[in-house]
Design a protein around this ligand. Structure first.
Ligand code: FMN
Length: 206
C-alpha cells in the first residue's frame, strides 16, 4: 500500500460504518478511462497528399484476433482525421520510454502548422502496403487499413485492420508507456509468465 492510501485501521472502520461501500470513495464516471486505458500510448502516422504527419493516441483497443482488428478514436479536431478519412490508411507506431517527451509534444501541436517529422527529428521510413510512413525510432510499427468507419461520425471510432507489423529486434530500450489519462504515465515493469494456465487460449502464445 502506498503511503498516500495508508490509513490508520481505526479511521477505516469508522468510515466503513458510515459508508455502505466500505472504504471505497466514488470518482466521477467519466474517469473510467484512467483505469482502463492500459494499452501503450502510441503514435499514428498518416499521409496527407504525400505529406507525412504524426499524432499521439491513447484511446485504442484490440477488437478481434483474426483478421486483427483494432478500435481507435481519432477526432475531427486532429489534422490526421482528414488524412485518415481520405486515404483509409495509417501506421500505428509504438514508442518506448526514451521518446516520452516527444510523444507528449507531438500530441500538443498540429500537423496543420508544422512538419512534425522534422520538428521532432524523427525518421520516416516507407511502409509496404500503406502510404503512411513507419517511424524508425519506434519499437514497433503496424501498417493499418480502415476496415469500418460506421461509428466514426458518432464516436470518432475507426476500426482498423492490421495488415503488416514491423518490430525492431535490436532496440535496447523496450519499455512502453501507459497513459493514466492525466498527463502521467506508467512505464512497463516486470513481466510474469502464466502461459501454463492459459489452457483455453494456447493458440495465442507464439
Ligand atoms: C497523451 C496524449 C494522448 C492522446 N490521445 C488521443 C486520442 O486517443 N485520440 C485523439 O483524437 N487525440 C488524442 N490526443 C490528441 C492528439 O494527439 C492531438 O490533437 C494532436 O495534436 C493531433 O495532431 P494532428 O493535428 O497533427 O493530427 C492525445 C494527445 C496526448 C498528448
Amino acid at each position: 500500500m502506498s503511503p498516500k492510501s495508508a490509513k490508520p485501521a481505526k479511521s477505516r472502520k469508522a468510515s466503513a460504518r458510515s459508508n455502505p461501500r466500505g472504504g471505497f470513495e466514488e470518482l466521477p464516471a467519466h474517469k473510467a478511462y484512467r483505469f482502463l486505458e492500459a494499452g501503450p500510448i502510441v503514435m499514428v502516422t498518416t499521409s496527407d497528399k504525400g505529406k507525412p504527419n504524426i499524432m499521439t493516441m491513447g484511446f485504442h483497443m484490440m477488437i478481434q484476433h483474426d483478421p486483427p482488428l483494432i478500435g481507435c478514436v481519432i477526432g475531427p479536431w486532429d489534422h490526421s482525421y482528414k488524412a485518415l478519412c481520405e486515404t483509409g490508411e495509417c501506421v500505428i507506431a509504438i514508442p518506448t520510454v526514451d521518446l516520452a517527451t516527444t510523444v507528449v509534444d507531438i500530441g500538443n501541436c498540429s500537423g496543420a502548422d508544422i512538419d512534425k517529422f522534422s520538428t521532432f527529428r524523427l525518421t520516416a521510413l516507407p511502409a509496404q502496403d500503406v502510404a503512411a510512413p513507419l517511424i524508425a525510432e519506434c519499437l514497433v510499427n503496424i501498417e493499418c487499413k480502415v476496415a469500418d468507419r460506421a461509428l466514426a461520425g458518432r464516436y470518432n471510432l475507426f476500426i482498423l485492420e492490421a495488415v503488416r507489423i514491423w518490430v525492431d529486434p535490436n532496440r535496447k530500450e523496450r519499455r512502453t508507456m501507459h497513459h493514466n489519462g492525466d498527463g502521467t504515465f506508467t512505464i512497463d515493469g516486470r513481466t510474469i509468465n502464466l502461459q501454463e494456465r492459459m489452457v483455453l487460449w494456447k493458440q495465442f502464445q507464439d
